[in-house]
Design a protein around this ligand. Structure first.
Ligand SMILES: Nc1ncnc2c1ncn2[C@@H]1O[C@H](COP(=O)(O)OP(=O)(O)O)[C@@H](O)[C@H]1O
Ligand SMILES: O=C(CO)[C@@H](O)[C@@H](O)COP(=O)(O)O
Length: 556
């Protein structure tokens, strides 16, 4: 029996999952919460961060390798020599400035108090003014790439984040030998090779197989110091997903307990990597990877320009197809905010006494409600709107509250809001000529919350199939690891062959309940009115309040 290992780096934690190459069955898994978590208030030295920042510490990712890989080997009893391949997937766009040895600047004593030397997490939202500038210049110049990114480059993506570094800390920009996606940096830590992957380059760094990056002239127009940003800070050598980056280095083999014969695939994005893990995702299906945020991935034969999508990349998800991405920056994060800030002690007590988690308790109570019963309607923008408005400066909103409103009603309204947001994205794809007729879901939430999945089926009026692996994302990575090893070593030569044997999806979908769908259709119409009113400039109160908050804090 041969094995392959997937290492999935999420927002809060990283996990290793060891699976059988022949079946995709999990033999062991281990999770490590990041020691520093998400740094959105201060640096480890105590330095306070401005609003909208979200940083991480790269040492936390190495700890994931050092702790979880030995753990899965021990738990499974698998011979290290039988682990033929491995791969990493990472949140994205999550980037890091490094020196010529690949050492993160933040790990050098002279930079440890400089916020810009740390990992900028995907949900770092402090580069909106840079994104606005980039988009305005791209529009003025008639740059054709804009269409491939739904008409706007998000402030979450690579170049706005780099522009922010250059604007606020030119010395960090200068000192950085390279700026790397963490999918590529962690892969480089494993095999010693800098092999940048086509998925992050395509979706997050405006790279395409046919056209490469935008021209140096375009970057010069952003800032003359950025004219050669691609050659000076990134790389033009891009490797297709599914290819091999190298083999584990001796040092990494020693630290993890694996051998130097383990092949390492080029890195991938945590969302996109899961498509093969749920098997038959063909044109017409949209895959939702539901966790802290939700990413929507679909493939189609043709390239269409879909307003507000994150991007369309040829071969970006599976070879031979156009891969589309859209998403919602805040899904599980809404519920986490709610359980951490708004749940009364009496509920906490009940959950403790009944030996259940607070999410389970709220879900149980919310399940007893009918659609529309709470009278609540929310806009799902607690962390901005990624698709289709592409605006991180939008904020959350809930209406309909009364003195009788209960926590489970708010919890359910937040869930419903994310379902409306998903439906808005689906409509945009269909309107633009990319067909969607059913959904497939995976990720932490798809596993954990049945009520939520039924609400999604009712709101979208579509069937939803669920992954049958509790770790679809890591399984996807493990599959790419098996492809990096290749058939001769006991793996597979293509991701399609791997999917035939290893992919898992439950046979029974969630089906829409017609009477619920009917009610949700009406509420959704009002959601769309509020969406346009607050999201498209008719009433910019959210932005004014956000600007005021920043102003007041500046003077604190
Ligand atoms: N039962 C639940 N129902 C809804 N959301 C949940 C539940 N349990 C956890 N969550 C949310 O799921 C998110 C974590 O999702 P997960 O897929 O495990 O991680 P990540 O997205 O970081 O990979 C958190 O934001 C948390 O609030
Ligand atoms: O944006 C992407 C992928 O493009 C995700 O990495 C990002 O939303 C974070 O994902 P998680 O919510 O941590 O699963």
């Amino acid at each position: 029996m041969k094995y392959t290992l997937g290492v999935d780096f999420g927002t809060q934690s990283g996990r290793s999952v060891l699976v059988e190459v022949g079946t995709g069955n999990i033999v062991a898994q281990a999770v490590k919460e990041y020691t520093h978590g998400v740094m959105d208030e201060k640096l480890p030295c105590g330095k306070v961060l401005p609003p909208d920042w979200a940083l991480q510490h790269p040492q936390d990712y190495l700890e994931v390798f050092y702790q979880t890989i030995p753990q899965v080997l021990k738990e499974s009893g698998v011979e290290p020599a039988d682990v033929i391949g491995m791969a990493v997937d990472f949140t994205s766009c999550t980037i890091l400035p490094v020196d010529q040895n690949g050492t993160p600047l933040c790990m050098l004593p002279q930079w440890e108090e400089e916020p810009h030397s740390y990992v900028k997490l995907w949900k770092h939202h402090a580069a909106q003014s840079d994104a606005d500038k980039l988009n305005a210049i791209a529009r003025e110049r008639g740059e054709s790439f804009l269409g491939r990114y739904g008409g706007k480059i998000s402030s979450e993506w690579v170049f706005p984040k780099i522009m922010q570094i250059l604007r606020e800390a030119p010395e960090v920009y200068e000192a950085a030998d390279r700026i790397m996606e963490l999918a590529d940096w962690t892969t480089m830590m494993l095999c010693g090779e800098e092999k940048r992957n086509s998925c992050t380059a395509g979706y997050k760094a405006i790279w395409s197989k046919r056209e490469g990056y935008p021209s140096n002239d375009f970057f010069k127009a952003l800032d003359p110091r950025m004219e050669n940003v691609v050659d000076e800070k990134l790389s033009r050598d891009i490797y297709p997903i599914g290819s091999r980056a190298g083999y584990l280095t001796k040092e990494m083999a020693q630290k993890t307990g694996l051998t130097t014969n383990t092949a390492v695939a080029v890195g991938n994005v945590d969302a996109h990597v899961s498509l093969p893990a749920v098997g038959e995702v063909t044109p017409g299906a949209m895959l939702l990877i539901m966790g802290t945020s939700t990413c929507d991935i679909l493939i189609a034969d043709e390239e269409k320009m879909v307003p507000g999508m994150c991007g369309v990349v040829e071969d970006g998800v599976e070879p031979g197809y156009m891969g589309y991405e859209a998403g919602q920056s805040c899904v599980g994060d809404h519920f986490e905010w709610f359980v951490e800030n708004c749940v009364p002690e009496s509920y906490e007590k009940e959950a403790r006494e009944r030996g259940m988690g607070i999410h389970q308790l709220l879900t149980e109570k919310a399940s007893a409600l009918k659609p529309g019963e709470s009278g609540l309607l929310a806009l799902d923008w607690w962390n901005g709107n990624r698709s289709v408005l592409v605006d991180v400066d939008l904020t959350g909103m809930m209406l309909g509250m009364t003195l009788l409103t209960k926590p489970e009603e708010v919890y359910r309204a937040l869930i419903e809001a994310t379902a409306y947001g998903a439906n808005r994205i689906i409509e945009e794809f269909i309107r633009s000529g990319v067909p969607i007729d059913h959904l497939v879901a995976c990720g932490g939430i798809a596993e954990k919350n049945q009520m939520m999945m039924q609400i999604y089926a009712d709101v979208t009026n579509m069937e939803i199939y669920i992954s049958d692996s509790p770790q679809a994302v890591a399984l996807g990575s493990a599959m790419f690891g098996a492809v990096a090893a290749g058939k001769a070593a006991g793996g597979y030569d293509t991701i399609f062959e791997a999917a035939e044997k290893m992919a898992k999806v439950k046979p029974q979908p969630y089906k829409p309940i017609p009477e619920n769908a009917e009610v949700y259709k009406k509420i959704y119409a009002d959601y769309c009115k509020l969406y346009d009113y607050f999201g498209r400039g008719e009433n910019d109160v959210m932005k004014r309040m956000k600007a005021l908050r920043a102003e007041v804090r500046r003077h604190d």
